[in-house]
Design a protein around this ligand. Structure first.
Ligand SMILES: Nc1nc2c(ncn2[C@@H]2O[C@H](COP(=O)(O)OP(=O)(O)O)[C@@H](O)[C@H]2O)c(=O)[nH]1
Ligand SMILES: [Mg+2]
Length: 465
């Protein structure tokens, strides 16, 4: 049977990372990966689709259980090379209901149906002759094949594996499904393109589509991040007050409303980004949102993701605020003098947020007549940088995460501190947009597009660093 897209059966010994490789190459987080050998009982197809079109398809298969017995059966009758695949077919047919060879039957079926072979070994374990029966059987199938050396542990027997595999496979590569990045993924596809002549063009085309698809995902992510920024920074929470003056309780309530709304905007934005990159499960139960450990309004978040005082000054975010009460607006403090012309500033908010740095939020519109209390738009000058940095960090983690990696993201403080995503020029340009939003003015359509383009550049830089 011929189809226009290439198909590969991923085969090998149990527990060598076959399913992990399928998951990463098909960018599918639903592939079952397990420590328990023998989890996969039936072969299953996982296509890589872009806009409904299948670029290629991988078959996850059970591992070999009785390779030696199978090979003996094949060799019982002498056949010429051109009849070897038929002999394998005969085996599958005769043993289709034999539980003893159930796994072998399943793993051979897609190959006999024309799928290419990806043989997976663990290069952190020594090579041994017990693998030769498996490789010999695959050779009998007569389909184009490549071997991938996965390194599950830290020991390294890659050289001896390469020597052995070279006898059986046209192409031998080291490929780590837990760490492979986009470039390695593409490089592997380029290798695959050489395996069979009629695959060369389709695979090359697939690679182009695949690259464009990634570009599209970066653009879409940047759009979500821009939405998050604008919606968060311009948000105003309000609550009514009973008396002439707002009580502490009334103030706390509206601050909490403000704070929770911003938190939920961030989580929603992260979920959307995870979905674009096919990591939706990671953000759903039983997993927790990745940045949940570092609350948006925590001191920790400000110190990890925010700009330093010096950076704020060189960026221009400090503006006229470097002296006097303005310093508090940048870095926290207990001054209540800011913004007296526009409204009252609540001293207690710092406590409500748990720290002062990001918490200087002006309360606007508290007039006796209307009896309304308003919090927002965000006045803290560091907050936009922190929020953006969190979003870029998150998007980068998600976008560069191979689908075989199901571990929770742990935030590496040193790595973040050493990052230079927001180079000087970009930071200054960002301040333009943030300044407008801080004043409660909307960004024009043009400005919004510029803002999004800048965020996209920052994200693309982060992904390529
Ligand atoms: N650290 C690490 N673990 C891996 C790697 N590949 C597979 N594993 C783990 O090895 C186990 C078996 O992997 P799986 O893909 O289910 O193997 P399969 O039985 O051949 O399909 C799982 O616990 C995986 O998380 C790898 O490259 N690095
Ligand atoms: Mg498996």
């Amino acid at each position: 049977m011929t189809r226009e897209y290439p198909r590969f059966a991923v085969v090998g010994h149990p527990n060598k990372g076959k399913s992990s490789i399928v998951s990463t190459l098909a960018q599918d987080e639903t592939v079952q990966i397990s420590d328990t050998p023998g989890t996969t009982k039936k072969y299953r197809a996982f296509p890589l689709k872009v806009d409904g079109e299948i670029l290629y398809e991988l078959y996850d298969t059970p591992g070999f259980q009785r390779a030696r017995a199978l090979l003996e059966w094949l060799k019982e009758v002498e056949v010429s090379a051109d009849k070897k695949a038929d002999r394998v077919r005969r085996f599958v047919y005769e043993h289709r209901d034999n539980p003893k060879f159930a796994d072998e039957v399943q793993l051979l079926k897609p190959i006999l149906d024309g799928a290419g072979i990806i043989y997976v070994v663990d290069g952190s374990k020594p090579y041994g002759v017990e693998y030769e029966a498996e490789m010999e059987i695959l050779r009998w199938c007569g389909e184009p094949s490549m071997a991938l050396i996965n390194l599950i542990d830290s020991s390294d027997y890659v050289d001896e594996w390469k020597r052995a595999l070279g006898h059986y496979f046209r192409l031998v590569r080291v490929f780590d499904p837990m760490k492979a990045d986009f470039a390695q993924h593409v490089a592997l596809l380029e290798g695959v393109a050489q395996l069979r002549e009629e695959w060369t063009q389709p695979v090359k085309r697939s690679i182009e589509i695949f690259k464009a698809y990634r570009e599209q995902k970066i653009t879409q992510s940047a759009q979500y991040i821009t939405d998050l920024m604008v919606n968060s920074l311009e948000f105003v929470a309000s609550g009514s007050i009973l008396g002439e003056e707002a009580t502490q309780k009334e103030r706390d309530l509206v601050v909490r409303r403000y704070e929770d709304h911003l938190r939920s905007l961030e989580i929603e934005s992260h979920r959307k980004i995870a979905k674009i990159w096919h990591h939706a499960l990671l953000e759903s139960e039983p997993f927790l949102p990745l940045l949940e450990g570092v609350d948006l309004f925590s001191r920790e978040s400000a110190s990890i993701f925010g700009l330093s005082r010096q950076e704020l000054i060189t960026t221009g975010a400090a503006g006229g605020a470097v002296t006097g009460a303005g310093v508090d607006l940048l870095l926290g403090g207990s001054s209540l003098m800011m913004g007296s012309a526009i409204g009252a500033l609540i001293g207690g908010i710092g406590a409500a947020f748990g720290f002062a740095e990001a918490a200087q939020i002006k309360v606007l519109g508290q007039t006796v007549g209307s009896r309304e209390l308003e919090v927002g738009p965000m006045q803290n000058r560091n907050f936009p940088y922190m929020l953006l940095h969190r979003a870029l960090y998150y998007a980068r983690e998600i976008a560069s995460r191979p689908h075989a990696n199901r571990k929770k993201i742990t935030i590496d403080h040193n790595e973040i501190a050493g990052h230079t995503w927001e180079e000087e020029r970009a930071k200054k340009r960002l301040e333009e947009f943030h300044g407008t939003l801080r004043k409660g003015e909307p960004l024009s359509q043009n400005k919004l597009q510029e803002y999004q383009a800048l965020i996209k550049t920052l994200l693309a830089n982060a992904l390529n660093s």
